[in-house]
Design a protein around this ligand. Structure first.
Ligand SMILES: C[S@@+](CC[C@H](N)C(=O)[O-])C[C@H]1O[C@@H](n2cnc3c(N)ncnc32)[C@H](O)[C@@H]1O
Length: 226
């Protein structure tokens, strides 16, 4: 949590947070828990984890309406999110829906610490140096797409940050092993939590991992190094 985020939570009357269904635990709310006071009202906003477009659109617009209604009543409100609010974040859709439907609604986005930065720090793993490129992307679903991304990355001296690894680790590990890349890959799971796991990927057997897991893959180093 950044000082700015803690400050914003302190000043809010209402603390909104995403949940996948009514009553479900919210990762963002549990991270912020130590800073939420009992007198602050909690406002869970349900965002179903589905592929279909319509339920997702509906949820974003309902969330925007709920937040705008709080402001209309003169309540200050924060919407929590995990990591940075602009990187693969539900909060981005809510911001867009607010700008579209409630253009006069005052809003401020507070930058957060991305899981990639947190993982790199936890592993003391330089994310990008000198002329390196850094590509942040969801882990592909298919072998051939990952092979192509790795080949491009090798050509371009590009570090890959693969999010949403989870169950894909079962087939990604053997593929990285085949490509000789396991030792050049950092695995990070539940960074920042008591049960965080951050290690070189060759030390982790294949199998399903939690949704909150990622890989950082570096295939080359710059010429000028300590
Ligand atoms: C929807 S994206 C959210 C990214 C987030 N907004 C950020 O700035 O990092 C979710 C993915 O981010 C990664 N992630 C988020 N939190 C994480 C954590 N604490 N440890 C490891 N990976 C995490 C995982 O790859 C997860 O599947």
């Amino acid at each position: 949590m950044t000082l700015a985020a803690v400050d914003a939570i302190k000043q809010a009357q209402v603390v909104a947070f995403p949940a996948v269904r009514d009553g479900a635990e919210s990762m963002a709310a549990s991270i912020a828990e130590p800073w939420i006071r009992p007198e602050q009202r909690r406002l869970p906003l349900v965002f179903p984890m589905v592929e279909a477009a319509e339920p997702r659109r509906q949820a974003w617009h309902q969330a925007a309406a709920a937040l705008a209604a709080e402001l209309e009543c003169g309540h200050s409100v924060v919407l929590l999110c995990e990591g940075d609010a602009s990187l693969f974040a539900t909060s981005s859709y809510v911001v867009l829906a607010l700008q579209q439907q409630y253009p006069r609604c005052p809003l401020r986005v507070i930058p957060g610490i991305t899981a990639i930065s947190a993982a790199a720090a936890a592993g003391a793993w330089p994310l990008a140096l000198q002329q390196d490129q850094l590509l942040v992307m969801p882990c592909p679903d298919h072998h051939e797409d990952l092979i192509a991304a790795l080949a491009d990355a090798a050509r371009q001296e590009r570090v890959l940050a693969l999010l949403k690894l989870g169950r894909r680790w079962s087939w990604v590990r053997p593929l990285l092993e085949q490509q000789g890349l396991l030792k050049h890959t950092l695995f990070a799971e539940r960074v920042g939590w008591a049960d965080q796991r951050v290690c070189r990927a060759d030390l982790l057997p294949a199998g399903q991992r939690p949704y909150f897991s990622l890989l950082l893959i570096r295939q080359s180093w710059p010429k000028v190094m300590p």
